[in-house]
Design a protein around this ligand. Sequence first.
Ligand code: SAM
Length: 277
Amino acid sequence: MAAIDDLPPLREVIATHGLDARKALGQNFLLDLNLTQKIARTAGSLEGATVIEVGPGPGGLTRAILSLGVKKLIVIERDSRCLPALAEISDHYPGRLEVIEGDALKVDFAALAEAQGGKVKIIANLPYNVGTQLLINWLLPPVWPPYWESLTLMFQREVGLRIVADEEDDHYGRLGVLAGWRTQAHMAFDVPPQAFTPPPKVTSTVVHLTPRDNPLPCDVKKLERVTEAAFGQRRKMLRQSVKALGGEALLAKAGIDPTRRAETLSVEEFVTLANCL
Ligand code: SAM
């Protein structure tokens, strides 16, 4: 396939800048620019879009996003060793790439988007150690619809299954309820371990999420309380697992059979339960 830009191959970039992958930073790099373009395309048309990428590393996904015509790409990278490689990409796409050095968990994404004057798309091959927490932060901003128009994220397949799971599914839990409540989520495609350098132990998957316009009204904190309690003891009947929150009385108020288990409750029923707290 044709090259996506005139920059050096990623292997050369990694060698030139001494970017040996560090496990503590969740570094598993994608070196195939056609694959990174496929991930970026999962976000829909990027022509004229504003995008935020977490963890650009040596810049494989970054280059793919830029090659698809974004107006502006903001990247947040914790590893300062990657900054010279990212500066080279920035020189190649003048005025379109902004690099923030720092911990994405501490970044105010809503403020970043607001400073750009509109909604952003978030695209990332996430560091596994912080991926789930970042997703929860993006799912639970106080204002909804949120500052982002889509999330296109690489996770371990196991986590992807939890995000898209519905009731009665083995992977259904707190993450599935939160994602199902506020978004429509689907797994786009799997990426095998050997696509990464170094290869992780497990298969990865790209998940695409878009915000629901009108999620059922519910207090986020209450929803978190009921899902934590219910799935904290997922094999127990609800009358036991939500005992500390009101047990049978709470379930009666919500019209939910107390002998059911957490994994059988739909997102709508969790919302009803939370609203009865
Ligand atoms: N995007 C690159 C790719 O696809 O090849 C690298 C992906 S690698 C799985 C994860 C990247 O996230 C690494 O570059 C790592 O340094 C960075 N990272 C790890 N923890 C981070 C954090 N808390 N905030 C921002 N970046 C982080």
